[in-house]
Every structure is written in structure tokens, then in C-alpha cells.
Design a protein around this ligand. Structure first.
Ligand code: RIB
Ligand code: CA
Length: 311
């Protein structure tokens, strides 16, 4: 059964690999559209990078929409220090010929969820949740139409990567994340607790590089992207955060987690954007998300390499 998805994204090298994984898996995944959001880099670049990736995959029929260029209630925070000035530093690829769709991403999300049968569309946010939170605020009726939200964001044991308390996607737009967490939709979260176990290594990157042009590009992205985390954490490689979302759709058994309560810190400047995950169920707050805690990293990279080889 093909799963219909909308990828909401702020490419970013790891977003780009996630998009490639989805586009390489048409038997299981139908990408209804890609909605760009401001995050790792400003919106014009995330939109451009999303189209670059679609052209790299040879999927120029993919519809790409531009969404929100800043968080719902905060100033934009970007991450060029991780992803480079272009947001897609690595092998330089040609500017895209694909055009952006006319509709705003938020309207595309609303109209798609209203048009498709209820419970048949999965949202896959890979960046700040601004587009999703804005859509839910503008059209509350669509919340119950979502099949599932599978998002990359947050942390429990890994706590934070942009502050001592918060992960980047949630930190950038905590108000949007709060709307999503309280939406009542079925939510599955891929936090840093998972992505920090999905680390690149030399053999894994060389396996990408051996695949041909697409693999060489992916290897150049990971070569660039991993250096920040390696220097910061002293780790062997960098975490491939966003592809875990798509891998979950393809092989959910690669992941384990718990159905728990997750709420977002909005009040404190010190802990803004913290995902307060009740992992040990010490409160009576109702569970609202499946919060993943572990990944079969070998299986994840085997899946990723096998699928990238198809492009
Ligand atoms: O914290 C990691 C997340 O923030 C990833 O989605 C990365 O692409 C950035 O958006
Ligand atoms: Ca991202």
C-alpha cells in the first residue's frame, strides 16, 4: 500500500538525503509535495535546495512549494555554521530549472488534507514546524484528517544541540511545535536520541560514494555536514537526522520507542523549545506521541544505501 506524504523541510544536507530516500522509494511512498520552510537557511535557499535535490534524483515532476519565511512568534534562527552558506555545501550542483508552485505551502497542506480521504496523508516535517503549526491554526478542521505526523525533532537523553535544553527544529519555532503536539493527531517523533545513533562513518560514506553520481554528491554532503558534530561531540561521524523519518515509513521495525506525553517549553528563555518528554511516565499527563529511543543503525544505513543506488 503506497503511503501518501508531504515532506516539510529546510534543506540542509540531512533533509536532502531524506528527500532522496523518499523519491527513491515510489513503490512505498507517493510524495504529494515538498513544502519548504525557513530553518537551517532562509526560505529562498531551502526552496532552491529542495528543487536541486529533486533534479538530482531525476524527479522534476515533484511539486515544491514555498512556505513560511520566519517562525510564528520568534525571530528566525538559522544554522549556516552546520550546513554552510548555501545550506547544501558539498559538490556544487547546478541551479534548479524547476519552478516553485504558485500556491503557498500552508494552503497546499490545507487543501491537500481537505481533498484527500481522511486519514490517508502523512506529514513528514524535517525542519521547524512553522508551516504545519500555521496550517493547523488557519484550518483547525484538517488536524483530524492527518494520517500521522512523523517528525524529526526534540530530545530526551540527548537534551539539546542548539542550546543545552533544546533541539534545533523545536527551538526555532516552539509555538508551532506546541500547536502540533496539542493537535490530537497521531505523532511519531525521531529525536536526537535516535539520530545521534545514526552516525556516518568512513565505510558508510565510502559505500555512498561508490554508488555513482548521486552517491558521490551524498558523500560530499556528509563529508561537509559531519565535521560540525565530530568536532563538537568528538564522535566518529555526523548524525543523519532527517532520513530517519523516511526510513521509519519504509522499515518501522528499525526503531523502538515509547508512547508518552511530550510537551514544549514556551515560557523560559533558558529552556525555550525543550521537549519535556515523560519517558519514565512520572506524570499523569496523557500520552500524545510515540517518542523513539533507539535505531538499528546498520539496518538504517543498509536501507539508505540500497535505495540511493536506485537513483
Ligand atoms: O537538530 C537537527 C535538525 O535541525 C535536522 O532536521 C537538521 O536538518 C536541522 O533542521
Ligand atoms: Ca532539517
Amino acid at each position: 500500500m503506497t503511503r501518501k506524504i508531504i515532506i516539510d523541510t529546510d534543506p540542509g544536507q540531512d533533509d536532502a538525503v531524506a528527500i532522496l530516500l523518499a523519491l527513491a522509494s515510489p513503490e512505498e511512498i507517493e510524495v504529494l509535495g515538498i513544502t519548504a520552510v525557513a530553518g537551517n537557511v532562509p526560505l529562498p535557499l531551502t526552496s532552491k535546495n529542495a528543487r536541486i535535490v529533486c533534479e538530482l534524483a531525476g524527479k522534476t515532476g515533484t511539486r515544491v512549494f514555498e512556505g513560511c519565511d520566519r517562525p510564528m512568534a520568534r525571530d528566525l534562527v538559522t544554522a549556516e555554521y552546520v550546513h554552510g552558506k548555501t545550506g547544501l555545501d558539498g559538490i556544487v550542483l547546478p541551479d534548479p530549472k524547476m519552478q516553485v508552485q504558485d500556491a503557498h505551502a500552508v494552503d497546499f497542506i490545507i487543501e491537500t488534507l481537505r481533498a484527500e480521504p481522511a486519514g490517508s496523508v502523512t506529514l513528514c516535517p524535517l525542519g521547524p514546524l512553522t508551516n504545519i503549526g500555521t496550517a493547523f491554526q488557519k484550518a483547525p478542521d484538517i488536524k483530524e484528517k492527518v494520517q500521522e505526523i512523523v517528525l524529526m525533532g526534540g530530545a530526551y537523553f540527548e537534551v539539546g544541540n542548539v542550546t543545552p535544553a533544546a533541539e534545533f527544529n523545536i527551538y526555532v519555532d516552539p509555538e508551532a511545535a506546541d500547536i502540533v503536539m496539542k493537535s490530537g493527531a497521531k505523532i511519531t517523533i525521531m529525536p536526537l536520541d535516535v539520530s545521534h545513533k545514526a552516525l556516518t562513518t568512513r565505510p558508510r560514506i565510502e559505500a555512498f560514494r561508490a554508488l555513482g553520481h548521486v552517491g558521490e554528491v551524498v558523500a560530499s554532503w556528509t563529508d561537509f555536514f559531519e565535521r560540525f558534530d565530530m568536532e563538537k561531540y568528538g564522535s566518529e561521524g555526523g548524525p543523519l537526522h532527517d532520513p530517519t523519518v523516511i526510513a521509519y515509513l519504509l522499515k518501522p521495525d528499525l526503531f523502538t520507542g515509547r508512547h508518552i506525553n511530550v510537551e514544549i517549553e514556551l515560557q523560559s528563555d533558558l529552556t525555550r523549545g525543550m521537549t519535556v518528554a515523560d519517558w519514565w511516565r512520572v506524570t499523569d499527563r496523557a500520552p500524545n506521541a510515540t517518542f523513539m529511543g533507539d535505531i538499528d543503525a546498520e539496518g538504517f544505513f543498509a536501507l539508505l544505501t540500497e535505495r540511493l543506488a536506485r537513483l
